[in-house]
Each structure stands twice: as C-alpha cells, then as structure tokens.
Design a protein around this ligand. Structure first.
Ligand code: ADP
Ligand code: MG
Length: 738
C-alpha cells in the first residue's frame, strides 16, 4: 500500500478525489486510471455542443439542411408505433415553442424502457421534415435530468452548460454510477482540487513560438471547453505533447548513440565484396547500388550506423546486406544476421555458404532447435572469433551467446521483432568489445512504412530505400476463387506442374486455434497426396516440425524434388525459391493484408509468369459481383467489409506501399507495428494518420532541443527532463544516468 503524505500531488491514488472512494477507484483501476494524473488525462471521447442549442420552434428551418443541430426539451410522450418488424419508437419532445418527434427504428425495446415522461433530454442530429413537422431519425440523446435522483447539484449543472464532455464508460464503471454524468462530476472535482499541480512540460520558447495553450488551460478545456476555439487549441496542445514525448525519446536515443559512443570507422574497400558482386549471376539494380553506397558510407564514418533498409518483397535486400557483412569481415569484425524464423535463418545460411564457398569466410548457424553438441561448438566458434558471419534467429540474443568482436548487426524483417531486440543486439556488440564501440546496425523490412509512421516508430533511424525491382520480373497475376471452384484450381495446379513449375499451397495458422489449423493443413496434405495429385510429389512444411526435417523439406523443394509444398504460414516471410511460380492461399479471409502481400511475394521471383490464387469462402462471390457493395449483416458487416477490402486491394495492386497504407488504415496504427508492446508512449488524442503537421512540428522541436542539449541539463529543459524520467518507459532511463 502506498503511503499518503498530506501534501497533495498528482501521483495520489484516485480514490481520494472527492466523490470517488474505494469502489469507484477499483472500477477505474480496471481502465488503467489509478492516480489523479491518470484521471486528469482520461480525456472525453466526444462532446455535445449545448452552447448553440436551437429552440424546437426554430428547427423547421434546418430541415434537410444536413446540419447537425442540438435541441433540448422535456419528454411529452413515448409511443410504440406499428407492428414487428416495422415497429418504431417515437419520443415526442417539447419546449415552450413547439414539439419534435424523435424516431427510432432499431433497438426499439431498449428505448421503450430507457426513458420516462417528463424528463429533460438533449437530442442532436439532422432535421428532416415529415408531414410538415420536424423530426430526427436516430438522434444522439443525452439525458439531462439527474438519473440518480439524489441531485448533489441543480439539474443541468455541468451537463447542460456550453460544450459538454462525454467519457467512455465500461460496464463496471456504470455499475458504480460512473456513467456520462458521474464522470463529469468526478472530473470536475479532480480539476478543482488538482489542476494547479499539473507541471508545464514545454520550455517557454516552444510555448511562445507556437502560441500553445499553457498546460493547465489545455487540461481544463479538454474536459470543459469554454468555447469551440478553446477546445481546438487544447486538443492541438495535447496532441503536440503526445508526439513530443515520442519524438523526444527517439531524439535522445539517437543522439545518445551517435554522440556519446563512437562506432567503428570501417575501411570500405573490400575484396570479398567485390569478388562476390562479380560472381553473381545478375547485375545489381541501380537502386541496390545506391543503397550499398549509402550503407557503406555510413559504415565508414565514426558514428555508429542505425539504418533502416526498406524494399518491397523480392527487391533483393539480402545481397545488399551480404555486401555490408563482407565489409565488416574484411575489417576483422564479426557480422551477425538475425532472421525471424528458423527456416529463414537456414535459408540465408545456405545462400551465404554457396555465395562464399570459394572464400575462407567462416559462417555459423545458431538457432533454437540445434543439438546441444553442435550448439556448444558453435558458441565456442563465436566467442573465440573463429566465426566471421553468424546467422541465426532470436537465439542470437539469448544469454550465453558471446561475440568476440561484433562489428555489424543485420536484422531481417524487422516487423517481426520489437525495439527491445534491436537494443539487445546492439548491447551484445558493445559487450563484445569491452564496451568500447557500438556495432553498426542495419534493419531490413519489406513492409514499406508510410512516412508518417516511420517518423513515429523509426524516427531514430536513417533510411535507405530499394525502390526498384530486378528488371527480369513479371507482374504476378492475382485471382480470387471460391471454395466451390477448387476443382478448377487443382487442375490449374496440375497444368503448371506439368510445365515444370512448383506450387505453394498455404494454410493459415494462428495461435488460438493452432491445433485445429495444423490438422487442417496435415489433413489436406494427406488428401492432396493420396487422392488428387497421386502422380506428383507433394511435401509438407509447418513450424512444429523438427528443425532438421524442416530444413530437409525446404531443401528438397528448393532443389525441385517436391512439386507442391503444402505449408502453414511459416513460408510467409523471406523464403526464396525462384522456380516456384504459383501461390495458393487457402482461407484468404483469415489473413491480414501485410501477410497476404508477403505470401504473394514468395512467387514472381524467377522469370516465369507467376500466379497468386486466393481461395475465399463462397459468400465472398456475391460481394464481388455487386461491386463490393456489402450487405449489412448484423455484427459481421464490419469484419466482412474488411475482408472484402483486403482482397480487393490484393486484386488491384502489387504496390507494397499502397498496400501498407491501406493495411494501416484497416488495422489502426497501434496494431500495425506492435507499437503497443514496444515501450512507446501512448497516443490518446493524436492520430498519426491525420495529424501530420503537429507530428512534424513536434519532431522538429524535440530534435532541436536534444541537439542543443543532449542530456537536458539546461535549466529551461528541467521540466522536460523530469517529465521524461517520470513518465517514459523505465528502459530509457539509463540514457540519463539515473
Ligand atoms: P527480399 O528483398 O524480399 O529479401 P531477396 O533478397 O530474397 O529479396 O531477393 C529475391 C530474389 O531476387 C533472390 O533470388 C535474389 O537472388 C534475386 N535478386 C536479387 N537482386 C537481383 C538483381 N539485381 N537481379 C536479379 N535478381 C536479383
Ligand atoms: Mg528477405
């Protein structure tokens, strides 16, 4: 139990705010509101504007004007009209100037019980005219009478004056009467008692030059706005604060790495790299050449590299990273390559081995599923510096792995890893050199990151982009087929194999239904093998197989000894088999957009025409015939709408950038990059998709401040420093030395 001093402060438990008490505190805690600070930062999700209320007699004027109007009146009558299923519920609302009818076609039974005659309501909505009298259909309603019956204040206080806040309320909050109005009351008393204690975070010059509201005004006005203008100013100020916190973290992270700790100044001339380029069966694209230059220039400098290499699936990132690793090896440093799955690590390991077979470079593989003898030897090789390039999974960052002198870290398919892994690998590198130098880091991702988002999540990184595909590629043909059309799909597969192509058939695998999914994949493997494709060679690959077996299957597929590979989503990222030209995705409705794009990226890697066939449930067909005009199906409309949108996107474009933008829109920013788990401060008001301007403002200011004062030691930055230490993830505290 926290002891409470007499002096009030913002970390005071919320229970002691007037009107809260233990039961309400409990319910609030479930919503993450534990301290007074949390409560003051529990912002309204919406407002009703009662400052511009129209008298009912005036409403006729607004009929069919498309304007959103609010009016207040008492309930004159409540009527159920018509018969099921045409039933509707009508509230007649009146004031001294007239009456209006509020019509509800849905939730009739709920409304029937919800209201009583004589109570005071505010209704907001668009006005329509019916038989020459005004009505509102499905308006939003606010009850203005005190529903607890024990009014501690005159009815209308807080609830009918000016712009009135609405707070999100869960079932357990409602249980303790923290409904919309209960919330207004406790926020009101919290503001009365504690508003003065909220510290100003922004330095005076920032406040001044952007004319931001001071923090106290902003908090007051986000809850109980004096006017619409004030509300907008408050929102702007608080959004800025959210982005500022984020950017400050990134700025400090970056500056700390760049300024305080020297990196390795690699000599770029590398015989190994030159020879490897010469031995390739293809020429590097212009884009590859450009990014190789950017990366090596960065490696040559004394500052540690933190660089993101972005390039759509199949754009050829691996070879670029290999060249960077060879520079490191030629300089006498180890290079580590971390892949997101064992299969991918094995594949990269083999690719490197074959590319470097005539050199003396020692390459080791470190993954979880290895036998302990082998693992012990590998670890020794790494520690003694006999290993030059170490390819692995996250096994690389586990305890017991000691590098001898790690100079370069490559992280493949970053979206599978969090910020934490990035930090750990860098840490390993520093330890390996007795804390002397930071290794360079190159992060690779096939997920093109919309610019706004990359500023947010990767704001501490420099970026290189491969924006060109190898010229030999052909556009992949993407088609949708439904489950009842499988016969045609299978005969297509047969044809393609007869022409010498190879095929993936992929089944979804999600954690929640892992067992069922695995069974579906194995069952269909059995069926395909013994019933449908008896004359073809069918293989099975899933994540639960032993490492050695996985490797064996993957190798056979690569060498053309398997025609059809039935797999779970383990093949999603990175797998590279140029002769495979058909990708069949079963249960397309179960994948996210980024995943679908990744899966499709497994084909189209060679010179043959490639195909991606998405198998959808039969209901989908209807939607596509009707030009995506979705029927509204209760509860499912939204999900189905998203499914259709994803498939539609896949059919219409292969542009990874467009796909990422739509994916971001469908999933929301929180999900997109797992920012939630990555220790990033929360964005409550700010939306990275909409508030670009404020974001770049915050970014400019944060980076300017940190550049000028990297450890925030100046007196005008004291408040920023305190804020940082108190509010941000503990992980970053080390940046300040306590
Ligand atoms: P990704 O960027 O998705 O990781 P990879 O590095 O796996 O792509 O490359 C995809 C395929 O393209 C590989 O088979 C690779 O050998 C080949 N490749 C890479 N660069 C070129 C190029 N410049 N011309 C032709 N093929 C290339
Ligand atoms: Mg790759």
């Amino acid at each position: 139990m926290k002891t409470i001093s007499n002096k009030k402060d913002l970390s005071y438990p919320v229970q002691y705010v007037k009107g809260i008490g233990p039961r309400r505190a409990q319910a609030l805690a479930e919503q993450g509101v534990e301290t007074v600070h949390d409560l003051l930062y529990y912002f309204p999700f919406d407002y009703i504007d009662l400052s511009k209320v129209e008298k009912i007699g005036n409403l006729e004027r607004f009929a069919d004007s498309d304007k959103w109007i609010t009016t207040i009146g008492t309930v004159r009558s409540l009527d159920l009209i018509g018969r099921f299923p045409r039933q509707r519920f009508v509230i007649t609302l009146g004031d001294e100037t007239g009456i209006i009818k509020l019509i509800f076609f849905q939730s009739v039974n709920f409304f029937k019980k919800a209201f009583t005659e004589g109570e005071l309501l505010a209704a907001s909505g668009k006005i329509t005219s019916f038989n020459d009298s005004p009505q509102m259909v499905h308006p939003s309603i606010d009850r203005l009478s005190d529903d607890e019956g024990t009014a501690a204040e005159p009815v209308g206080f807080l609830h009918t004056k000016g712009i009135v806040p609405k707070y999100g309320s869960s079932a357990s909050l409602k249980d303790v009467n923290l409904n919309v109005k209960g919330f207004r009351r406790i926020i009101h008393s919290a503001l009365n008692e504690y508003l003065d204690l909220i510290p100003e975070i922004l330095p005076p010059d920032v406040l001044l030059s952007h004319r931001f509201l001071p923090i106290k005004d902003a908090i007051q006005n986000i809850h109980f706005p004096q006017s619409e203008e004030k509300l907008n100013e408050a929102r702007k100020r608080l959004k800025f604060d959210e982005f500022f916190a984020l950017q400050l973290m990134l700025a400090i992270h970056r500056t700390h790495v760049k300024v305080d700790s020297p990196g390795i100044a690699f000599e770029i001339k590398s015989n190994l790299a030159r020879k490897t380029v010469d031995s390739l069966p293809f020429k590097l694209t212009k884009a590859q050449q450009r990014v190789v230059k950017e990366i090596t220039a960065d490696m040559a400098s004394q500052r540690p590299m933190s660089r993101l290499l972005q390039g759509d699936v199949g754009s050829g990132k691996t070879i670029v990273s290999l060249l960077a690793m060879l520079v490191s090896v030629d300089n006498g440093y180890q290079a580590a390559f971390m892949a997101p799955t064992e299969i991918l690590a094995e594949q990269h390991f083999r690719t490197l081995q074959s590319l470097l077979k005539d050199s003396s470079v020692n390459i080791q593989l470190l993954i979880g599923g290895q036998r302990s003898r082998l693992r012990k030897d590998t670890l020794e090789f790494i520690e003694q510096g006999k290993a030059n390039i170490i390819v692995g999974t996250h096994a690389l960052i586990q305890q017991g792995v000691k590098f001898s002198n790690l100079g370069l870290v490559i992280i493949d398919e970053q979206h599978r890893f969090g910020v934490a892994q990035r930090v750990s690998l860098r840490q390993k590198g520093i330890e390996s050199q007795n804390g002397i130098r930071h290794p360079d880091i190159l992060i690779m991702t096939a997920t093109p990151i919309p610019r706004t988002l990359s500023l947010t999540v990767y704001g501490d990184l420099d970026v290189s982009v491969i924006d060109e595909m190898p010229a030999s590629r052909r556009q992949i043909k993407t088609l949708m087929r439904t489950e009842s059309e499988m016969a045609t799909v299978y005969s297509f597969v047969h044809d393609q194999v007869k022409q010498g192509r190879q095929v993936y058939i992929v089944y979804p695998l999600v954690e929640e239904s892992e067992k069922l999914d695995l069974k579906a994949a194995t069952d269909s493997y059995e069926r395909l093998k013994s019933e449908l494709f008896t004359d073809l060679r069918v293989g099975l690959l899933h994540g639960k197989m032993k490492s050695a077996l996985k490797d064996e299957v993957m190798q056979s597929f690569k060498e053309g000894e398997i025609d059809i590979l039935v797999a779970t989503t383990v093949v999603e990222v990175g797998i590279d088999v140029p002769n495979a030209s058909v990708m069949i995705i079963e249960h397309v409705e179960r994948y996210g957009l980024a995943q679908l794009h990744q899966l499709r990226g497994r084909v189209g890697r060679g010179t043959d025409q490639s195909y991606c066939l998405m198998i959808a449930p039969d209901w989908m067909k209807k939607n596509f015939k009707s030009k995506f005009n979705l029927p509204v199906i209760d509860g499912e409309a939204d999900d189905r709408g998203k499914v259709v949108r994803r498939i539609e996107t896949m059919l219409n474009t292969t542009d990874g950038f467009k796909i990422a933008e739509i994916d971001l829109e469908l999933r929301g920013p929180g999900d997109f990059f797992g920012t939630r788990q990555s220790g990033m401060p929360l964005l409550r008001l700010a939306n990275i998709l909409i508030d670009h301007e404020i974001l770049s403002l915050a970014r400019t200011e944060a980076f300017r401040i940190v550049e000028d004062d990297p450890h925030l030691r100046k007196s005008e930055h004291q408040s920023v420093r305190n804020f940082f230490k108190e509010r941000l993830n503990a992980k970053y505290k080390y940046l300040f030395g306590g």
